[in-house]
Ligand binder design. Structure first.
Ligand SMILES: Cc1cc2nc3c(=O)[nH]c(=O)nc-3n(C[C@H](O)[C@H](O)[C@H](O)COP(=O)(O)OP(=O)(O)OC[C@H]3O[C@@H](n4cnc5c(N)ncnc54)[C@H](O)[C@@H]3O)c2cc1C
Ligand code: SF4
Ligand code: SF4
Ligand code: SF4
Length: 738
């Protein structure tokens, strides 16, 4: 639907606001115009037509300003013709003033730039009336500057997922749209939908209101939308830029490398992806045990990236099989995203015995569905470490047929770094915890095989933890002599850290922690060389690796000559919305998992949600990307909105009146001076969006109906991997698809 700008006419006859209504009527009749635009100090402030003249009939001596129609928001040149027709129909007016906004939201002023008549609009759209105003999306129409109340969840998400929108789409049953929004910044929703560390949920406004355990189930809703798309085997037809003839080598196919491959391919680069494993995916496919996610969905997501024309070279160890020097010669840029896939084994006596393995190697071998050499099916296993990798190794050992599995840590049980839910799940299938001890030695039997692990107690009262990360400060560990004891076992797994093992003779700059040295954009000190992901950051999370991929792809694009304005503003999309959020206090529900006796093999344990569960969970979202829009020319500063707001999120400030202003709001949504009939009072309305729950009670109670709401979709271009909207297609649907 074309915009109103198509039929906008230049501003016609004008008259001064100081003119009397009678004089204005005479001018109207003399010019034969349908209406006069009313001008005050060089600005068009209203419209005086025959309807207004009739209203002024009794008293033609009062100024025209008293009767004129003021331009209202929502009559912008970017509005569709259909919504223009709708305004004319609803307000029974043959003419609409067309405005253009200037300045950021809440500070904006409207400038009248022309007029549109019903005849032209209706002729253009071929209708006489419209009964529904279409929900229009205005792409990048306004610069919202720093005043945008970006949803807390989106702010907290490392890849700035547009959570409010995709959650809303689930609540509307628009599951595929939801998945497409997720895919705008996230190439691996099947993984993040199950495994994300979800900083968004930690900072969800629902959690602020209802307690942290009741945040919106953002992660699980992502999984739900992804399951829906997967069941239909939907693919995305990416709109790629034309080939630009430049070549980039990416080393390592974890989430950082795959994301960069996708972004660079979309930008038109030739991308060659080198991977030393026999499969793509990095830790996702070669370490994280398959009972925690759906490997088929991961492969579907990776295939979508490969299908964009990424050239994949498996079993290629860069630094050994191919030297970095050679890549520098052959490519315009090189991105190292080699992760930290090698596990550390503590050098205690006996650590070189054949039944001692690192958790990383154990999980890597199991990921190929192979049983590691010497693994004792029916025998006992000790896992040394208290983190998430240790839990994965312990659960995998149980599911691989070990008789008894111990997980042993220095930290006491209530300070274990492992995720709480995974620990509970592991204990339900038989894991035994042994805490407050440190490994002393691996014991061998007479034949040189592992017979047990010796530990010594630590003084738990002396242990200290980093206040920010919660990690144990290792220099506070004090052994308690005389407390040595052995746990008998036939296999010992060290989950005691990961190492960045990229060949050191390749000249890659390293930090004192032996990580690759790069800035947050992935630039290293070497020309052509970029690095990102775990190999720079240290062991981290999938979502952070994806963010590294996006950022580094942009850095490479800029390095290779693309003009990226330094002061680029985030893209915003504004939608009008009538969607009222009920502030119902349903509690959060976790997705169900298989019962413990069905969790003894590598079958994925988390069960899917049905529609009802997903929609109920989605409806708990406040839609924090929604902002008020107050019509300043109508607001009478009565304070009703302030009085009824249940969250005390809004203050109506009237100059000279002593009103309560305790909301703490700073976002100004209205600033107005009233006419004489209201005693000329002036004031403003401030909102605290950290408190506002979008309940719309203020809208319902405004006596002059001047509050409406707009959704402000915020898209961070730096995390955006699609230059254009993706199109879901079913054309590759296999025969058995739903
Ligand atoms: C057991 C385990 C469980 C985890 N669980 C979670 C979880 O639940 N949630 C979460 O968010 N995060 C989890 N993580 C962390 C997450 O997997 C990583 O943070 C993430 O995969 C890092 O991505 P990356 O792209 O930087 O590197 P990686 O995923 O490590 O990928 C690096 C790739 O580079 C390849 N490579 C290395 N050297 C070379 C070379 N010389 N030549 C060619 N290729 C090379 C490797 O084979 C590998 O494929 C887990 C990690 C582990 C180990
Ligand atoms: S309520 Fe919804 S939009 Fe607000 S922070 Fe939570 S998930 Fe995000
Ligand atoms: S209720 Fe309406 S008119 Fe009254 S102050 Fe609020 S926005 Fe203005
Ligand atoms: S929508 Fe209005 S009434 Fe509801 S919390 Fe926000 S400001 Fe208060």
């Amino acid at each position: 639907m074309p915009a109103l700008s198509k039929v906008v006419q230049p501003v016609p006859e004008t008259c001064s606001a100081e003119l009397s209504a009678g004089e204005a009527l005479q001018q109207l009749l003399a010019t034969g115009a349908d209406a006069l635009l009313v001008e005050k100090q060089g600005t068009i402030v209203g419209l005086f037509g025959h309807r207004e003249a009739v209203a002024a009939f009794d008293d033609g001596s009062r100024p025209v300003e008293r009767y004129m129609r003021r331009p209202l928001p929502g009559r912008n040149v970017a509005d569709s013709l259909e919504s223009g027709a709708d305004i004319m129909y609803r307000e029974d007016t043959p003419l609409v003033l067309i405005t253009e906004d200037e300045g950021p939201l809440f500070k904006k002023t409207s400038k009248t730039i022309g007029i549109v008549s019903a005849l032209e609009v209706l002729a253009e759209i071929g209708k006489t009336t419209t009964d529904t105003a279409s929900n229009k999306v205005f792409l990048g129409r306004r610069d919202l500057g720093l005043n945008v109340p970006v949803s807390p969840c989106q702010r907290a998400c490392p890849i700035h997922q547009d959570i409010a929108t995709y959650v809303d789409y689930v609540s509307q049953g628009r599951y595929l749209d939801s998945w497409l929004v997720i895919h705008e910044t996230n190439p691996f929703p099947s993984m993040l939908g199950r495994l994300c560390n979800h900083p968004c949920e930690t900072d969800c406004k629902r959690g602020w209101v209802q307690g942290p355990e009741n945040a919106v189930s953002i992660k699980s809703l992502k999984r739900f939308a992804t399951d829906y798309a997967w069941a239909r085997r939907v693919k995305i037809d990416w709109q790629r830029a034309p080939e630009n003839g430049k070549r980039v080598a990416i080393v390592g196919s974890g989430p950082a490398g795959m994301t960069a491959a996708q972004d660079l391919r979309l930008m038109g680069y030739t991308v060659d992806l080198y991977e030393r494993e026999a499969k793509l995916g990095g830790l996702l496919s070669a370490s994280i045990p398959h009972f925690r996610f759906d490997i088929d969905q991961l492969e579907w997501e990776m295939q979508m990236i490969v299908d964009m024309g990424v050239n994949v070279f498996l079993n290629k160890n860069v630094g050994k099989d191919i030297k970095l020097e050679q890549l520098f010669k052959e490519y315009d840029a090189v991105f190292l995203s080699v992760g930290m896939m090698t596990g550390r084994i503590l050098p205690v006596p006996g650590s070189d015995l054949p039944e001692v393995i690192s958790a990383m190697e154990f999980l890597r071998v199991r990921s190929y569905d192979i049983m590691p050499e010497n693994f004792p099916r029916g025998g006992d296993v000790v896992v040394i470490g208290g983190g998430a990798v240790a839990t994965d190794a312990a659960q995998t050992s149980i599911k691989s047929g070990a008789r008894k599995v111990w997980m042993v840590s220095i930290e006491p049980a209530d300070r274990l770094p492992a995720f709480g839910n995974e620990l509970v799940e592991a204990r339900e299938i038989g894991l035994t915890l042994h805490t407050g001890v440190i490994v002393n030695a691996i014991k061998a039997d007479g034949a040189g095989h592992v017979s047990g692990v010796e530990f010594i107690r630590v003084d738990e009262s002396k242990l200290e933890f980093d206040p920010e990360s919660g990690k144990l400060l290792i220099n506070t560990v004090q052994k308690l002599p005389g407390t040595e004891h052995v746990i008998p076992c036939r296999y010992a797994i060290f989950a005691s850290g990961q190492i960045m093992d990229f060949a050191q003779d390749q000249g890659v700059p390293l930090t004192p922690r032996k990580l690759m040295e790069a800035d947050t954009g992935g630039h290293t000190k070497l020309d052509k060389l970029f690095a990102g992901g775990d190999c720079v950051e240290g062991p981290s999370f999938i979502v952070n690796a994806i963010a590294w991929g996006h950022r580094t792809a942009r850095s490479i694009n800029e390095y290779l000559g693309a003009a990226i304005p330094r002061d680029a503003k985030p893209i915003t999309v504004i939608e009008t919305t009538d969607d009222h959020r009920e502030a119902d206090y349903y509690n959060r529900e976790e997705p169900p998992i298989l019962p413990a006796d069905k969790r003894m093999d590598m079958t994925p344990v988390e069960l899917p949600w049905n529609d009802e569960q997903a929609i109920t969970a989605a409806l708990r979202c406040f839609q924090c990307d929604t902002v008020h829009h107050v019509d300043e020319s109508t607001c009478i500063l009565c304070g009703a909105c302030d009085d009824v707001c249940p969250e005390k999120a809004l203050d109506v400030v009237v100059y000279g009146e002593n009103r309560d202003t305790s909301s703490g709001g700073f976002v100004e949504i209205c600033n107005t001076v009233l006419g004489e009939e209201f005693g000329g009072k002036a004031g403003k309305i401030l909102v605290n969006y950290d408190r506002c729950t979008n309940c719309r009670i203020c809208e319902d109670h405004c006596p002059v109906n001047c509050i409406t709401f707009q959704r402000v979709r915020f898209r961070d271009d730096a995390m955006q991997m699609i230059p254009l909207t993706p199109v879901a297609s079913r054309d590759r649907m296999p025969a058995n698809a739903v």
